[in-house]
Design a protein around this ligand. Structure first.
Ligand SMILES: Nc1ncnc2c1ncn2[C@@H]1O[C@H](COP(=O)(O)OP(=O)(O)O)[C@@H](O)[C@H]1O
Ligand SMILES: [Mg+2]
Length: 387
């Protein structure tokens, strides 16, 4: 017996897990919407149990310029899924350029000299190490695959196709619970030539041009097709060409990175939670020092560490900055970075309000837990509140 119904269904609707995931990624990743959409699509398919059996959950090829977020997307996925950016099994292909180094990945056959000492990276235990009761999924990243040796390449082809791998000692590894990401900056040089100066520093922000984006995409994909074999390209489920970041993107990334530093300070144990704020001229300085056409946002973190985090750490260590202080960081026209205490203790009530009665310092320890850390790496609401 069946009931006849006629209900229109909406296949574009996302489950709430997939939605939460996508929202979390959007908070962390700037200017790479198509990457976010494609990974969210495959994740949703996995959650629905519809991914093909005996294959990886998804094979992704990430192309595009250096420092545009290819590796960061995978780390951000790990934060969104497991509350921890390091919950990724990462193979730096540059470290496996010689064929014999493949033993570091799969171990060597028994009887080989030193086979007991090797701890291969791609065992089943290593792949499953981040699994939780709720989520049996592995993020497996092969970074900068254009540098892979032929041996690694053969291994990769097998994994992408059949989701299995045989270790040196003949154990079989099942990779059907893996989302596999391969990154390469192939074609990035040509992309750069196409829009020369396209990273768009403040002087010359590149206008948004969909035709140009299409051209850039084609350039990257063609470069990949020239270098990689058809059998490899045919095994890719989704190719994503990352966009060149423009100045407004880099500004947003700076805000995210500063927000992460603020978060770290508010999660510090002991009595050293405080709030800082960078003036526009300080932000401009960090951007000029931390970003460029060749490396995108890759050096932004380093610039923030050097100019913000280390000096702040010194101020804390010498007790010049204390719980609840408000510090303004500025760069003078003469090029000096200055740190000014603008309020004292004033923030303790705000910290208490935000983090509960146990006291701001005591809650820091509690918030150091996994659940707390994974939740929010965006700009601090506390900062916004304070202007
Ligand atoms: N689109 C982006 N959104 C947010 N942060 C980014 C983005 N692109 C780069 N970054 C920042 O720059 C750093 C380097 O980016 P990364 O992902 O390693 O570049 P690549 O494309 O070379 O893999 C990241 O850790 C992150 O801090
Ligand atoms: Mg990378």
């Amino acid at each position: 017996m069946k009931n006849v119904v006629n209900t229109a269904l909406d296949p574009t609707l996302r489950s709430s897990d997939a939605q939460t995931f996508e929202v979390a990624l959007r908070r962390k990743i700037v200017g790479q919407d198509s990457a976010i959409e494609k990974v969210a699509e495959i994740y949703q398919m996995f959650l629905a149990g519809l991914n093909a059996p005996n294959r990886p959950i998804g094979n992704f090829l990430f192309l595009g310029p250096t420092g545009s977020g290819k590796t960061r997307v995978v780390e951000a996925m790990a934060e969104a899924m497991f509350g921890e950016s390091r919950a990724v099994v990462k193979v730096d292909c540059a470290e496996f350029q010689h064929s014999h180094e493949i033993a570091k990945l799969i171990g060597s056959p028994p009887g080989y000299l030193g086979h007991r000492e090797t701890h291969p990276l791609l065992t089943q235990e290593a792949l499953n190490q981040h699994h939780t009761d709720k989520l049996k999924l592995t993020l497996l990243l092969f970074d900068e695959i254009e540098k892979a040796s032929d041996a690694l390449w053969q291994l990769l082809l097998g994994i992408l196709d059949k989701a299995t791998l045989t270790l040196g000692d003949n154990r079989r590894v099942d990779l059907s619970q893996c989302m596999i990401f391969m990154t390469s900056n192939l074609g990035a040089g040509e992309m750069n030539d196409l829009i020369s100066g396209g990273f768009g520093f403040t002087q010359k922000p590149a206008a948004y041009d969909p035709k140009m984006d299409e051209k850039l995409n084609r350039t990257a994909v063609e470069a990949a097709r020239r270098k990689f074999s058809p059998e490899f390209m045919n095994r890719i489920d989704k190719t994503v060409v990352f966009n060149m970041l423009r100045s407004e993107h880099l500004e947003q990334i700076l805000e995210i990175e500063l927000g992460m530093v603020q978060q770290r300070i508010l999660q510090a144990t002991g009595n050293s939670q405080f709030v800082f704020s960078c003036t526009p001229s300080m932000k401009k300085f960090l951007l000029v020092e931390g970003t460029d056409a060749k490396y995108g946002a890759r050096h932004l973190k380093r610039s923030i560490e050097k100019n913000v985090v280390f000096p702040l750490a010194n101020l804390v260590a010498t007790s010049q900055v204390k719980l609840g202080d408000f510090i303004r960081i500025d760069r003078t026209p003469e090029g000096r970075v200055t740190f000014t205490k603008e309020a004292e203790g004033a923030l303790v009530p705000v910290l208490l309000e935000k983090y509960g009665q146990e006291g701001a310092a005591a809650t820091a320890a509690a918030r150091g837990t996994k659940a707390g850390r994974g939740k929010d790496f965006g700009p601090s609401p506390l900062l916004e509140k304070l202007g």
